[in-house]
Design a protein around this ligand. Structure first.
Ligand SMILES: C=C(O[C@@H]1C=C(C(=O)O)C=C[C@H]1O)C(=O)O
Length: 388
C-alpha cells in the first residue's frame, strides 16, 4: 500500500482496479479517430466505455439478446431504416471509466439565448400543419420536433461535457458515441424504451412536461390525455402479443432535470417473448411519447410537418449484456460534428395545445444539454454558447 501513499484515494483505486479517467480515455479516442461508445446507466455511479470493432446493420425485428451479446444497439426513429450493433474490438471488453474528476461550477446562472425569428416562424408553420390535422380528427396526438444548432463546440470539450452530464443527471441514461457509419451523438435520456432484467421486461409510458417549480398544481386534462394516450398504446401492443397479466403503476410525476413528466411503469414476463422480442420492439417503437397516436398516421404527419430527418433522435439505444438489455429512448440528445452541436427537441401536440406553450416547452427541454454545454464552455473556453 505504501507505494500509493502519494496518490489520492481515487488515483490509488484507479491504479489497483484499473479504472480509467473518462476524460482521458474519450479524449484519446477522439484524437486517434477511434470509434467508441461510452455510457452510464441511470442511478449507477460507474460509467463504461469501449473501442468499437465489429459493426453490423440489422433490422430491429431480428433482435434477440443472445444474437447481440455484448453489443451496444443504436436504432433510428424510422423503422424502415437499419439499426446498428456495435461490438468492442475483439479481445477488449468494457472498461470502467471515472467521470468524477471533472467537477466544475454549477449552471444555475444559465439563461437560454433568444432564437432567430426564422427559427420561431418555421416552428409556427410546422405546428399549424399538425394542429390542422388534429382539428380534423386525423389523429389524436403528434409529437413535433425541431432542431437547435449551437456553434463553436470544439472536440476537446466533449469528454468534459459527457462527465458533466453524468454528474448533473444521475437518473438519466447518459451516453456518447462516435462511429463513421452512425455519427457522433451525446445525450442524457430520462426515458426507458424496453429493459430486460432477470426474466422480466419493463417499459414506461412517459409524457407531459412541466417546469419542476410548477409541480404543486394538479395535472390538467390536456396533460393527462397526452400521457394517457401513451399508456393506451402500450396496453394495446401488450394485448396484441397476448400479454394479459402485467403490472402497471402510475401515472406518477417524475423529475428530469428542470422538468417533471408523468410516468406509468409496466412490468411483464419475458418468457412470453422467446424469439419475438425484436418484433415486439418493432411494434412498440415509436410509442406516442415520441411519435403519436395512431402510430402510422402520426409518423406520416411528422414527415410532412418536420423539414428534416430525425436520424437517431427519438430512436432507442443501449447495451446488451449476459442475455439482458437496457434500451432508452434517444431524447435530450444532440448530434455532434464540424465544431457544432445540433439539439433535437420535441413535444406532444394534442387538440388542446397552444403554440406558444409548446414552443416554450421545446426551449425548456433544450436546457438539459445547453446548461451543461454552457458551464463547460464558460470554465474551459471562457465564453458562452452561441446559437445559430
Ligand atoms: C420528445 C421529447 O420528449 C418526450 C415528450 C414529452 C412531452 O411531450 O411532454 C415528455 C417526455 C418525452 O416522452 C423530447 O424531449 O424531445
Amino acid at each position: 500500500m505504501a507505494i500509493f501513499a502519494f496518490l489520492s484515494k481515487k488515483q490509488a483505486l484507479r491504479e489497483t482496479d484499473n479504472i480509467k479517467s473518462a476524460k482521458k480515455m474519450l479524449a484519446d479516442f477522439l484524437t486517434s479517430k477511434q470509434s467508441f461508445v461510452a455510457y452510464r446507466l441511470p442511478g449507477e455511479s460507474t460509467a463504461y466505455s469501449f473501442p468499437v470493432g465489429k459493426t453490423e446493420p440489422f433490422n430491429v425485428s431480428e433482435f434477440t439478446p443472445s444474437g447481440f451479446e455484448k453489443a451496444f444497439i443504436i436504432a433510428p426513429f424510422r423503422m424502415s431504416e437499419n439499426a446498428f450493433a456495435l461490438w468492442p474490438v475483439s479481445g477488449k471488453s468494457l472498461v470502467e471509466i471515472d467521470t468524477s474528476d471533472e467537477i466544475i461550477s454549477g449552471n444555475q446562472s444559465f439563461r437560454l439565448p433568444q432564437e432567430r425569428d426564422e427559427v420561431r416562424q418555421s416552428y409556427t408553420k410546422s405546428f399549424s400543419v399538425i394542429k390542422d390535422a388534429l382539428d380534423h380528427q386525423v389523429a389524436d396526438k403528434v409529437v413535433l420536433a425541431r432542431r437547435l444548432e449551437v456553434t463553436d463546440v470544439p472536440d476537446h470539450i466533449l469528454p468534459r461535457v459527457f462527465c458533466q452530464l453524468c454528474r448533473a443527471y444521475p437518473n438519466a441514461f447518459v451516453y456518447f458515441f462516435d462511429h463513421p457509419k452512425v455519427g457522433r451523438w451525446m445525450g442524457a435520456s430520462p426515458e426507458s424504451f424496453l429493459e430486460k432484467e432477470n426474466h422480466t421486461l419493463k417499459t414506461v409510458a412517459l409524457a407531459a412536461t412541466r417546469k419542476s417549480d410548477q409541480h404543486s398544481e394538479d395535472w390538467n386534462m390536456k396533460e393527462l390525455e397526452e400521457q394517457g394516450l401513451v399508456s393506451t398504446f402500450v396496453d394495446e401492443v401488450l394485448k396484441e402479443y397476448g400479454i394479459s397479466k402485467y403490472q402497471k403503476n402510475g401515472p406518477e410525476p417524475v423529475r428530469a432535470g428542470s422538468m417533471i413528466h408523468l410516468k406509468t411503469s409496466y412490468e411483464f414476463g419475458a418468457v412470453n417473448f422467446a424469439n419475438s422480442v425484436g418484433r415486439f420492439m418493432q411494434s412498440l417503437h415509436p410509442t406516442p411519447a415520441v411519435g403519436g397516436y395512431p402510430k402510422d398516421i402520426a409518423i406520416q404527419l411528422i414527415e410532412e410537418a418536420e423539414k428534416f430527418d430525425r436520424g437517431f433522435y427519438s430512436g432507442f439505444l443501449g447495451p446488451v449484456n449476459q442475455g439482458e438489455f437496457r434500451f432508452f429512448v434517444n431524447i435530450r440528445s444532440m448530434e455532434l460534428g464540424d465544431d457544432k452541436a445540433v439539439l433535437y427537441l420535441g413535444g406532444g401536440i394534442t387538440r388542446d395545445s397552444k403554440e406558444s406553450n409548446e414552443w416554450e416547452e421545446t426551449r425548456l427541454k433544450a436546457r438539459t444539454l445547453l446548461s451543461v454545454l454552457h458551464s463547460v464552455k464558460q470554465n474551459y473556453c471562457n465564453e458562452s454558447i452561441h446559437l445559430r
